[in-house]
Design a protein. Structure first.
Length: 162
């Protein structure tokens, strides 16, 4: 009975495979949103001021970071929890595939979230005249909470490896 339960529990990891596949749909959504923003941005590039150009560029960077984070979670999560990717000997393989354990995956996610939060905070600061002071304070508090959390996670990960 114990052996059967262990085999069922181990096989249940395949339940996550459709979730990781579904993240491909998320990438398609991000790509559509990226090109929608680009479509609206390019025709007006000569009409908008430098500050607005920087805000739009930050939007593109933000979308790219979220897409990269999605890829890291999708591939690393699949390899860590479901199965190794068998992409063939002749296929181009990403150097980092198979190198992220669960701890490094958590750290990458945390640092990516901090980077995304930094871009959002910079956008808020660039439009400071349109933001209420109490909202600005909450943006900073949330960002600092994310930074401290990522730092603590990295520190604890480093401690656990020694």
């Amino acid at each position: 009975m114990e052996h059967f339960l262990e085999r069922v529990m181990y096989a249940s990891r395949w339940i996550m495979a459709p979730v990781f596949l579904g993240m491909s749909v998320v990438l398609v959504v991000l790509a559509i949103k990226f090109f929608q923003e680009l479509y609206h941005f390019v025709p007006h590039i000569l009409e908008i001021d430098d500050g607005q150009i920087i805000l739009r560029l930050l939007t593109f960077i933000d979308l790219a970071l979220v897409g990269s984070l999605t890829l890291i979670v999708m591939f690393s999560g699949y390899e860590n929890f479901v199965s190794r990717l068998d992409i063939g000997a002749n296929a181009e393989k990403l150097d980092w595939l198979g190198t992220h354990d669960y701890g490094s995956l958590k750290l990458k996610v945390a640092t990516s979230i901090v980077a995304i939060s930094s871009i959002r905070l910079l956008r808020v600061f660039m439009e400071v005249e349109h933001t209420e002071n109490d909202k600005m304070l909450w943006f900073v508090i949330i960002h600092l909470t994310l930074v401290v959390s990522a730092f603590i996670m990295g520190y604890l990960d480093r401690l656990s490896k020694h």
